[in-house]
Design a protein around this ligand. Structure first.
Ligand code: PMP
Length: 407
């Protein structure tokens, strides 16, 4: 079990008061907070080692390069990858676009199909929709069951020999559903389709091992896992790397450049890291990984599963509140999305904020899902390692206030 009191002490921002009430931060699916250890690692880099990587032979540059590459090793191991399979990106969105405009451009042809799902974040939907439009390919969209799971019968029906890529999220940021990625990979392999996993909501919350899952590409964002903004990761399986051309071109991603003939790209992951990278961000991400490893990802998952169960129970008792997503906490992460009576989600969020409770309102970048559910906007409370049952209790109390204020 996690010692939440001890963990909370590592996050000074959680001692803040908002609207004269102690802050209850339940917007972790959007972005998480950063512990002192992460801030300290970045500060240490800025104070003592700041220089550009890979290009200098002076001491600071060598130290910066060593720290950057050691961060890559730490983050790669965290997801079961080798360091020569992990590309640093800005975030999940950039990572998925990288795959779409490199591997996707080369391998998706007219008449091919891309299979995605109705529960994708726009970041794992729009790049594929755009690519399909540009290449006259077909975007197939898998439905969900009434209880918010991926409809695997529909998946099997829509997967076929024309499917060249399956693009699916590991955990839905709107429904909380944890999708059966290993089973999906097995099915995809039968038709020789590649698999792109949006792991923005899984890597921060439960153990993820790319080699066990057998995926080809997997993307995640640092800021949802205790790290700074502007750093994320993309796993590209070694076997897919030669099939994947460069994304941005420029400094740092080449082996040789000539005035009169095509350049030769770098052999390793640098090929996809043009320009000066976010060095201190990568160092911060590695520090966050170490923080999570100390807690143990299985413990993180257990804590969040218990909190989710508690949240589902308490929220289902609130009159007029309807929860979305599966009720089985074994296939659900710590995202509690709901519709509250006749109230508009933005009004609900505003009243909750007046009580110091931070939740999200809107479509959570899942407009196709909301359309499919006949909804325009919803509220979403999402938990992390520093939340406990008292935070859920404060949410439930604040919902009472919503009724009083909005009538
Ligand atoms: N996919 C999922 C499932 C997400 O939850 C998010 C963030 N809300 C993203 C993609 C996009 O992440 P980012 O904005 O960090 O690129």
């Amino acid at each position: 079990m996690l010692n939440v009191k001890k963990i909370k002490a590592d996050f000074p921002i959680l001692r803040r008061r908002v609207n004269e009430k102690p802050l209850v931060y339940l917007d972790n699916a959007a972005t998480s907070q950063r512990p002192l250890a992460v801030l300290a690692a970045m500060r240490e880099f800025d104070l003592n080692h700041n220089a550009n990587v890979h290009r200098g032979l002076h001491t600071l540059s060598e130290e910066a390069s060593q720290l950057y590459e050691s961060a890559r090793q730490t983050v790669a191991e965290f997801i079961g990858a080798r360091s020569d399979e992990l590309v640093f990106t800005r975030n999940t969105t950039e990572a998925i676009n990288l795959v779409a405009w490199t591997w996707g451009m080369a391998h998706i042809k007219a008449g091919d199909e891309i299979l995605t799902t109705i529960m994708e974040h726009h970041s794992n939907f729009l790049p594929w929709q755009q690519l399909a439009l540009a290449h006259h390919a077909k975007l197939q969209v898998v439905n969900i069951t009434p209880d918010g799971r991926l409809d695997m019968k529909d998946f099997a029906k829509k997967l076929n020999r024309k499917t060249k890529l399956v693009a699916v999220n590991h955990m839905s940021n709107a429904l909380g559903t944890i999708n059966p990625v290993a089973a999906i990979v097995k099915l995809a392999k039968k038709v020789k389709a590649a698999v792109m996993v949006d792991a923005a909501q899984s890597v921060p919350h439960f153990p993820v091992d790319v080699s066990k899952l057998g995926v080809d590409f997997l993307a995640f964002s640092g800021h949802k896992m205790l790290s700074p903004l502007g750093i994320g990761g993309l796993y590209i399986k070694k076997e897919r790397q030669t099939e994947t051309g460069p994304f941005l071109t420029g400094g740092g991603m080449i082996s040789e450049v000539y005035a009169d003939q095509p350049a030769i790209w770098a052999k390793g992951v640098e090929k996809w890291e043009a320009g000066t990278p976010n060095i201190s961000g990568a160092i911060g991400l590695a520090a966050a990984v170490k923080y999570l490893q100390k807690l143990g990802m299985a413990n993180v998952r257990q804590h969040e599963q218990e909190l989710t169960e508690y949240g589902l129970k308490q929220l289902s008792r609130v009159k007029g509140l309807r929860l979305l997503g599966p009720s089985d906490s074994r296939i659900r992460g710590g995202v509690l999305t709901f519709v509250f009576d006749k109230y508009h989600a933005h009004d609900v969020a505003q009243v909750l904020d007046s009580e110091g409770v931070a939740v999200r309102s809107g479509h959570h970048c899942t407009m196709p899902l909301h359309q499919c559910l006949g909804l325009v906007s919803t509220n979403r409370a999402s938990v992390y390692i520093y939340n406990d049952t008292s935070d859920i209790d404060r949410l439930v109390e604040a919902l009472d206030k919503v009724k009083q204020v909005l009538g």
